[in-house]
Design a protein around this ligand. Sequence first.
Ligand SMILES: [Ca+2]
Length: 116
Amino acid sequence: MVKSYLIFAIIAAVLCLLLAQSDAFSVELFEQKHFKGRSTTIDVNRGCTDIEDEWDDLASSILPKDCIIIYKHPDCQGPRVRLEPYTFGSAYLREINFEDKISSISPCNFQSTPNK
Ligand SMILES: [Ca+2]
């Protein structure tokens, strides 16, 4: 009886770990349209994520693994667009007026605070 409880607890712990991992997702940015040119992978797991200086206002296509929101300003401010994986515009951000303009990214469930 004690043993089966232990096994159940271990299975539950493993499931929790797997769930926590599936929560993690990343976004791949590309310097040119249609996923070409230099690329970088950004982890957007921690909520609002500012794009590092080297990649600020540079991406022309983007490959999110899950629903994200892209912002024109740092700190998840300014004009924004919600992007599901493989939605219109992600292969060529000019089509949604976002080419060379992304400065921060958040998961779709992130609530940005209004401008201070
Ligand atoms: Ca570009």
